[in-house]
Design a protein around this ligand. Structure first.
Ligand code: UD1
Length: 416
């Protein structure tokens, strides 16, 4: 198992290229299953999660080729409709194949995802949505089996604007007979791109980018060529590191996807310059404690909560950080405390009292974003840190240690 050795306190400078978005590429890879033919995805990040989705697509009969950020998916020979437990347990986003398989082939058998590092994370909205579209949905031996000769348009309301359920139901509804109305749909940039890609494939989705989607079913879709949007969470992670450690510029980034994050960083005392597809950040002389509450887009993303907590741990004064999306998503807190942070928890609220310095220690990664917060904290800390189980970070960050090294950080990967 790989680990990172980090000697903290080094100033960062220079520029870094942001990769394509993990949370955009995964559903779009699944969407390629909807068309009989070869789709091409460009600017695809080489992540453990993309590799897992590739393995899954290959298992169900798609032919794929992934070379230099360009991924070709030929879905003309799909001949199996099953996503096995071994893959789904390592990546919940495997569940995204359910909508496309059900829509195009009338059948899908996908392992029910288990809990995850931050709580139960149910898929009930996905399943109720498929049922509303006319599918028979049963649970058998830990697998969800959904069948429908032809899906039929329906009115579907999500209690919470779930990213995964919106993506899955949209991918099923594009080939349904009639119109599907989704209310309280997610409007995260990756869901917007998924809808845009589906429309390019021949789907008819209205209201893209809003909470209300109207999907007029069509008979078939055609393959597509697409450039994956920049990863706003990777970008946000580098910004949090730059906030105390240097003057850095991010390239290939969408500043408007990060509006609230940039506002919070400015409030904390950083100077930000954003234009077109670059963002520069100049470290603040003093980082002020700034409260933060996660929310659905355009609110502060839960996927940057851990990294914000790391930054706030060295701020002047206190801050209150609330995760309203995932109440248990705080496994990084005990590890940050090992590095010297002063954080107390009450349910889904963290109270952070800023300390002058963090100090290097041995810590453990528990999930993708928690690991990213440990990297930021270790880069800020005085002395040496060892972060174990970095396979979590490899799920969602492309060569993070090389990118930080190119900015001047002292970080290296060691394999046991
Ligand atoms: C996606 C992201 C993840 C991010 C999350 C929230 C991907 C691959 N993953 O996860 O990185 O942290 O959005 O922005 O894009 N819920 C239910 N029932 C359901 C579905 C969701 O109760 O059927 C609840 C969840 O428990 C959670 C909330 O809805 O409280 C939001 O979850 P959701 O948006 O679905 O997250 P994911 O799509 O799993």
């Amino acid at each position: 198992m790989d680990k990172f050795i980090i000697n903290g306190g080094k100033r960062l400078s220079g520029s870094v290229e942001i990769s394509g978005a993990k949370n955009a590429v995964l559903p779009i890879m699944a969407a390629a299953l909807l068309a009989d033919g070869k789709s091409v995805l460009n600017h695809v990040p080489d992540l453990r999660d993309t590799q897992t989705m590739l393995r899954l697509l290959n298992m169900i009969g798609a032919e794929t080729e992934f070379r230099e950020k360009s991924l070709t998916i030929d879905a003309s020979k799909v001949n199996s409709f099953e996503a096995p437990y071994e893959l789904v347990k390592t990546m919940r986003a495997s569940f995204y194949v359910m909508g496309p398989l059900l829509a195009r082939f009338g059948e899908a058998r996908v392992s029910l995802p288990g809990g995850c590092a931050w709580g139960p994370r149910p898929v009930d909205y996905h399943l109720k949505g498929f049922e509303k579209l006319g599918a028979e949905v049963i649970l058998e031996d830990g697998y969800i089996i959904a069948r429908a000769k032809k899906l039929k348009g329906a009115n579907i309301h999500f209690e919470i604007p779930s990213v995964g359920a919106t993506g899955n139901i949209v991918m099923a509804a594009v080939l349904a007979e009639g119109i599907t109305h989704i209310t309280n749909a997610a409007q995260e940039p990756h869901i917007v791109q998924l809808c845009e890609v589906l429309n390019e494939m021949g789907a008819d989705i209205e209201g893209v980018g809003t909470h209300e989607l109207s999907i007029h079913g069509v008979d078939s879709l055609t393959p597509v060529e697409v450039k994956i949007i920049p990863d706003m969470i990777e970008a946000g992670t580098f910004l949090m590191a730059g906030a105390t450690l240097g003057n850095i510029t991010l390239k290939n980034v969408s500043p408007n996807h990060l509006s609230i994050v940039l506002q919070k960083l400015e409030q904390a005392g950083c100077a930000i310059h954003a234009r077109d597809d670059t963002i520069s950040i100049e470290r603040g002389d003093q980082i002020e404690g700034v409260d933060m509450m996660t929310d659905v887009y355009p609110g502060f993303p839960t996927d940057l909560q851990a990294q914000w907590l790391a930054l706030m741990s060295v701020a002047t004064g206190s801050s209150i950080i609330t995760d309203t999306i995932y109440h248990d998503r705080f496994s990084h807190v005990p590890e940050l405390i090992r590095l010297g942070a002063n954080i107390s928890m009450e349910n889904n609220v963290a109270v952070v009292r800023g300390v002058d310095k963090l100090r290097g220690a041995q810590v453990m990664s528990t999930d993708i974003r928690a690991s990213a917060s440990l990297v930021i904290a270790a880069l800020m800390a005085e002395g040496r840190s060892i972060i174990s189980r970095v396979y979590h970070i490899d799920r969602g960050y492309e060569k993070i240690e090389e990118k930080f090294k190119s900015l001047g950080a002292d970080i290296r990967r060691e394999t046991d």
